[in-house]
Design a protein around this ligand. Structure first.
Ligand code: ADP
Ligand code: MG
Length: 433
């Protein structure tokens, strides 16, 4: 199958050729015709297999066929994180290079509303949004959703998760019932799939590989550690053993990220942090530095686990075993994308047995344990935050508590809560009021 067999416009064919795509990926080959036939689609395919183009390309052609620069947006793409929304909008521009009559607005929180409002007032065809800001602007009367003909929910299972569902329900209730709805993800837990059926009408379900399977391009290993304090030394040992070009290091708790990042820096590895307690301009700066290879490591929360596509990422390290098994699939899926190879290492404590068992069940196989030479690493504790750093955390938390939001704006606003990781051991300066 070639792109030209898919009945796409000349503009799309030219754009994908210039980008260098030789042929459609399996999810593209199957989803594009279904979308062209105006079917609702539930598209499930592994991480890094081109799901974005699978929905964006036929959308561009469909919108180009209608009246461009309409007063009201005609399509809406929802994403669980701001960074992913921004990335989808970049893809939209890339694939739509020869459809310059189509306009788009990126509607995400943490950035100025004024510019987004000005953009909306000029008239846009496509909204690419995180739920919180979209609803904010709707409630201020700045967005009309009554003409949305196509709704795409990327990372759909995440978007139907507890934290997001009230916002999602609200948004869907504002859309016309006669529309095309497209859901995409690499994972779709059973109960959430049931929920998806509520939003989809007679959908074509496309399952390219077993749902929640991990990409064969990612070599995965577990590394047993006996105590949390042994993680620092184990990580450094692994890092030195591996030929790391660049890597994401995932932590379960936002509060650990800055400390792990400080520790990694102390070992002369360039490093930045990315999590939802940072201001959006800091988040964007950290990700940009990583993309520009100015830092080699990004220590992040699950806000970076979904959708981000960074070419040539060589490694993913899980500082912690994720609480949700699906997060494992998405975290390690940041490497081994678009046919490239990647390696993923997960540090495992004895207390992680249950979570690990759930991951094995989900991905349908057992991950190999890496037997490191000369095993037991010496314990090197993570440096404790200084008084100033503690004060900064406190101020940041106070600010967060006064933001008066009804619901989380993007994924990281709820991660710790959803994961139930707020135990009794939370330092008081981190406790939510
Ligand atoms: P997913 O959403 O499935 O995780 P993305 O849409 O982010 O994957 O795409 C992953 C990578 O694959 C991107 O870098 C994208 O440019 C690339 N890609 C998409 N479609 C093709 C194709 N047909 N041929 C080659 N590379 C592709
Ligand atoms: Mg994606």
């Amino acid at each position: 199958m070639e792109f030209k067999d898919l009945g796409l416009s000349e503009g799309i064919l030219k754009a994908v050729e210039e980008i260098g795509y030789k042929e459609p990926t399996p999810i593209q080959a199957q989803a594009i015709p279904a979308i062209q036939m105006c079917r609702d689609v539930l598209g499930l395919a592994q991480t890094g297999t081109g799901k974005t183009a699978a929905f964006t390309i036929p959308m561009i052609d469909a919108l180009a066929g209608g009246r461009a620069k309409a007063r009201m947006p005609r399509s809406l793409i929802l994403s669980p994180t701001r960074e992913l929304a921004a990335q989808i909008s970049e893809n939209f521009v890339k694939y739509g290079k020869y459809h310059s009559q189509l306009s788009m607005a990126l509607i995400v929180g943490g950035t100025s509303m004024d510019e987004q409002v000005r953009n909306l007032e000029r008239g846009v065809d496509v909204l690419i949004a995180t739920p919180g800001r979209l609803l904010d602007l709707f409630e201020r009367g700045k967005i009309l959703l009554a003409d949305i003909k196509i709704l795409v929910i990327d990372e759909a299972d995440r978007m139907m998760d507890m934290g997001f569902i009230p916002d999602l329900e609200k948004i869907v209730s504002l859309l016309p019932p006669m529309r095309q709805t497209l859901f995409f993800s690499a994972t779709m837990p059973g109960p959430i799939k049931k929920l998806a059926d509520k939003y989809l009408s007679n959908p074509k379900t496309i399952t390219v590989s077993p749902p929640s399977s991990t990409s064969a391009n990612v070599e995965q290993y577990l590394v047993n550690v006996t105590h949390p304090r042994a993680k620092t030394a184990t990580f450094i040992k692994l890092y030195e053993q591996e030929d790391v070009k660049n890597a994401f290091v995932f932590c379960n708790r936002k509060r650990d990220i800055d400390e792990v990042c400080r520790f990694i820096k102390s070992r002369h590895i360039s490093c930045a942090a990315l999590h939802g307690d940072m201001e959006q301009d800091e988040r964007t700066a950290a990700l940009n530095k990583f993309k520009a290879a100015e830092v080699q490591v990004l220590v992040c929360s699950d806000v970076a686990a979904r959708g981000l596509d960074i070419q040539g990422m060589s490694h993913v390290f899980n500082w912690d075993v994720p609480f949700n098994s699906e997060d494992y699939v998405h975290r390690i899926g940041r490497t081994g994308r678009a046919g490239a190879k990647g390696r993923a290492f997960t540090m495992v404590l004895p207390s992680d047995e249950k979570a690990l068992g759930n991951i094995h069940k989900l991905i349908g196989k057992k991950i190999d344990v890496l037997e490191t030479a000369g095993a037991t690493p010496t314990e090197a504790p993570v440096p404790a935050p200084s008084v100033q750093q503690k004060a900064r955390h406190h101020n940041r938390d106070q600010k967060q508590n006064h933001r008066h939001r009804r619901a989380p704006e993007d994924l990281d606003d709820q991660v710790d809560v959803n994961n139930g990781s707020f135990g009794n051991d939370i330092p008081s300066f981190l406790q939510k009021k």
